[in-house]
Structure formats: structure tokens, C-alpha cells
Ligand binder design. Structure first.
Ligand SMILES: Nc1ncnc2c1ncn2[C@@H]1O[C@H](COP(=O)(O)OP(=O)(O)OP(=O)(O)O)[C@@H](O)[C@H]1O
Ligand SMILES: [Mg+2]
Length: 403
């Protein structure tokens, strides 16, 4: 869809002014001088100057002559219109009808134009384009006015907008489900089950479960946004990972017992110190172990292994691997698991009280710590979720002990 605006208020409008100044005269774009230029007459006499000017722009830029022939374009413009050729009519290589229309309108009206357009191939991308008539110093035999087209990639902005909309839709949906259940039970308790103590007990227990679920969801959302807000601040408190692993394993013993799953710990001899936020690391590991207990229940054992390792670049790191022997995860789900609200089996996760925020939280916690999450799984053979955290190196002696 084409969207008109007043580009004189935006930077291409200002660019137009600068261009005039560079061209060394102040005449307006509405009094064209110079002879009409026919295509195929060879290179525009100022093509080299124009090319070097737009070559310095960060965004795509194309300059057309009065007849719509390409005078010059920069490297970034090749991505938008790969078929552009100097001296050839631009309307052939600009495949987007909105853009072609804007060029026609700018050429006819001598007024700046702004359009938005969407490209599907090779990737979904949104652009805004400004087509601004610019007057250059007249050159014998060439019309003085050219069209300067500049492009702005709106895709990152649009993606953020889409993500925000998706997020609000998902969060509201997740809250609405337990809320609807609560309202339903309240009505029943006020009406048909008013004098039924057995039903009241049963319904109150369900209502408590639903309210807890809502509280947890809000808690997780707040944690996520707090971690995101602090994403650029890397924590700097030295934290020993072994006690964290023990604490998480101990804390989840009840859940493990309920599910008849045995947790096996493998710990290193030496202390593994990272710069971190203890609570966030506990929260992240808790989610991984809880997932392994909930979704890998069938495997009957979960192994947590803490140990030193090296990144691909050779830097020392600590790894906490949580392995289960459950059903595993199909490969098509793996890249999406850390998206907010993404669940392989929504009904199964909901039945387990899950909201689909756990792995998003893990990912953000690890990012903030300069680490990462890796997931390996083969269907039918369980899954391994590994937290990679950079080891604090500064105070280590060569033997690996803290000085
Ligand atoms: N160890 C595992 N084995 C099989 N599937 C898993 C495992 N861990 C996670 N999953 C899948 O990944 C999904 C996302 O996990 P995540 O921890 O983000 O959310 P959740 O556990 O459903 O909810 P929450 O963590 O908020 O309680 C889960 O719903 C489940 O489908
Ligand atoms: Mg989880």
C-alpha cells in the first residue's frame, strides 16, 4: 500500500537542500532548464560525481535523469533492484508498482514523494522510499533536473511491532483461559453449588490452581521484562556454580519423587566461578531441570552434569548439562523452543501448569551473562539442554585454582 507523507519534513527533504547547495545554485525544482534528455545518449556528464556522492550514503540511493534513465546508484541499491543498469530505464528494473508510480508522480509534479512497499523475495522486507526531484547545474544538452531516490529498510521496526502484537495476544490468551475458569466456578458456587460443601471444596481447589497459574504467568512475565531491561548490564558478582546446581537439585526432589524420576549429579573437583546473578542462574537451571522432570518423566532419570569446557574460540567456559531420557523433541521444534509461549504440545504443557515462558527466560538469562543455551535431542532418545557460561578467568592461577 502506498502511503503519502510530507517528505520535506524528513531527512531526504533536508538532503535535497544539501544537494542543491552542493550543486552550487539555489533555483527551485519547478523551473526546469536545459534541453530534454533522451535515453541512450551516453553517460550523464555528472554521473561520476553523483555516483561518488551517493556511494557515501549508508542506505540505498538511485539517481534518475529527467527521462527516467539510471544515472547512478550505490551498492545498497543493488539489493533492492538487482537488475539496475546505468543508462537504462529505471522503470524496468524497479519491479514494485508503488515505486514506479512514485517516480512517475515525482517526475510529473516535481514534488517529493514518499511510498512504502513490501518485498517477498528473497526475504520479507518492508521499505519506505523517497523520490525527490533535485536540480543540478545545467549541462549543455541535458535537462538540469534529476530524481533522487533513497530507501529506508523498515523491516526491523515492523518485526518488533509484529512481535509486540503477538506477545500481547499470547499473554492475554494465556491469562484469559484461567480467568474464564475462575469466573465459571465463581458463578457455579454462587448458583447451583451454593449449598453443596463437597462441590465447594473441589471447586475451590481448582480455583486455587488456576489463580496460582495466573500468578506464575505474571511473575514470569515480570522476570522476563526485568532481565531484558538489564540485558546490557552483565552481572559482575563472582558466583560458584556447584552450590547452585546442588540447591536446584535439592529443591526439585519433591517433584522428582512425585514423578518417580531419579536425579543424578556429576560435579567437578574444582570450584567453577562465573560472574553472575545467583537468583537468575538458579531460576534458569530450575526451569531446565523442571522441564526434564515434567517432559522427560518417562525416562525415569535425569542427569545434571557440571564441568569446565572450552568455547569454539578456545575461551574457558562452564557447562551445566541437563539430560533426560524421555520422548525427546522433533528437530523442527528445536529452533523455536526459546520463543515466548512456544510449546511443542500446548495441551500437555498447560496440563503441567506450564506457560511456555521458561526457555525464553533461560535464553535471556544466559545472554545477559555472556553465555548461551544449546539443545540437543533425537526423537525417542531424550534431550540435553546445556547452559554455557564464560568462566571468570582474571583471578585464576595456571592450575585453575582461585588465587
Ligand atoms: N526436556 C524436554 N523434553 C521434551 N520437551 C521439552 C523439554 N523441555 C522443554 N520441552 C518443550 O519445550 C516447551 C517449552 O518449554 P518452556 O520451559 O519454555 O515452557 P513450559 O515448560 O511449557 O512452561 P513454563 O516453563 O513456563 O512452566 C515445552 O512446552 C515442551 O513442549
Ligand atoms: Mg518450563
Amino acid at each position: 500500500m502506498a502511503v503519502e507523507d510530507d517528505p520535506r519534513k524528513t531527512w531526504p527533504g533536508r538532503l535535497q537542500g544539501a544537494w542543491h547547495a552542493l550543486a552550487g545554485h539555489g533555483s527551485t525544482a519547478n523551473d526546469p532548464r536545459g534541453a530534454p534528455q533522451a535515453l541512450g545518449r551516453g553517460e550523464h556528464p555528472q554521473a561520476a560525481l553523483i555516483a561518488s556522492l551517493i556511494g557515501g550514503l549508508p542506505d540505498a540511493a538511485i539517481v534518475l535523469d529527467a527521462a527516467g534513465g539510471v544515472i547512478a546508484f550505490n551498492d545498497a541499491a543493488r539489493f533492492i533492484a538487482p537488475a539496475l543498469r546505468q543508462g537504462e530505464p529505471a522503470l524496468i528494473s524497479l519491479r514494485m508498482p508503488e515505486l514506479v508510480d512514485a517516480v512517475r508522480r515525482a517526475s510529473k509534479s516535481r514534488e517529493p514523494q514518499r511510498v512504502e512497499f513490501f518485498e517477498r523475495v528473497p526475504l520479507d522486507r518492508w521499505f519506505e522510499a523517497f523520490v525527490v526531484p533535485v536540480k543540478l547545474a545545467g549541462v549543455a544538452g541535458w535537462r538540469a533536473d534529476v530524481l533522487l531516490m533513497t530507501f529506508n529498510d523498515l523491516s526491523p521496526l515492523r518485526r518488533v511491532e509484529e512481535m509486540r502484537a503477538d506477545f500481547v495476544a499470547n499473554a492475554s490468551h494465556e491469562l484469559r483461559t484461567p480467568l474464564a475458569a475462575l469466573l465459571g466456578f465463581i458463578e457455579t458456587l454462587q448458583g447451583p453449588a451454593k449449598n453443596d460443601p463437597a462441590a465447594r471444596e473441589k471447586f475451590l481447589a481448582i480455583m486455587q490452581g488456576q489463580a496460582t497459574r495466573m500468578a506464575r504467568l505474571i511473575d514470569d512475565l515480570l522476570s522476563l521484562s526485568r532481565i531484558e531491561l538489564n540485558a546490557h548490564l552483565q552481572p559482575n558478582t563472582p558466583v560458584d556454580l556447584a552450590p547452585i546446581v546442588r540447591q536446584v537439585a535439592d529443591g526439585l526432589q519433591t517433584l522428582a519423587r512425585d514423578r518417580s524420576v531419579a536425579i543424578k549429579l556429576t560435579m567437578p573437583q574444582e570450584a567453577l566461578i562465573v560472574l553472575g546473578d545467583r537468583d537468575e542462574l538458579i531460576r534458569a537451571l530450575e526451569n531446565l531441570v523442571e522441564n526434564a522432570l515434567k517432559y522427560g518423566e518417562a525416562g525415569k532419570r535425569v542427569e545434571i552434569t557440571l564441568g569446565p569446557a572450552q568455547t569454539r574460540a578456545g575461551a574457558p567456559e562452564a557447562r551445566i548439562a541437563v539430560r533426560d531420557h524421555g520422548p525427546g523433541i522433533a528437530p523442527e521444534h528445536l529452533p523455536r523452543l526459546t520463543e515466548r509461549f512456544y510449546r511443542v504440545d500446548v495441551a500437555d504443557s498447560r496440563a503441567q501448569g506450564g506457560t511456555g515462558l521458561g526457555l525464553a527466560l533461560v535464553k535471556h538469562v544466559l545472554n545477559r551473562h555472556g553465555g548461551r543455551l544449546s539443545i540437543e535431542s533425537t526423537l525417542g532418545q531424550g534431550a540435553t539442554f546445556t547452559m554455557h557460561l564464560p568462566l571468570r578467568t582474571g583471578d585464576f592461577t595456571p592450575s585453575g585454582e582461585l588465587s
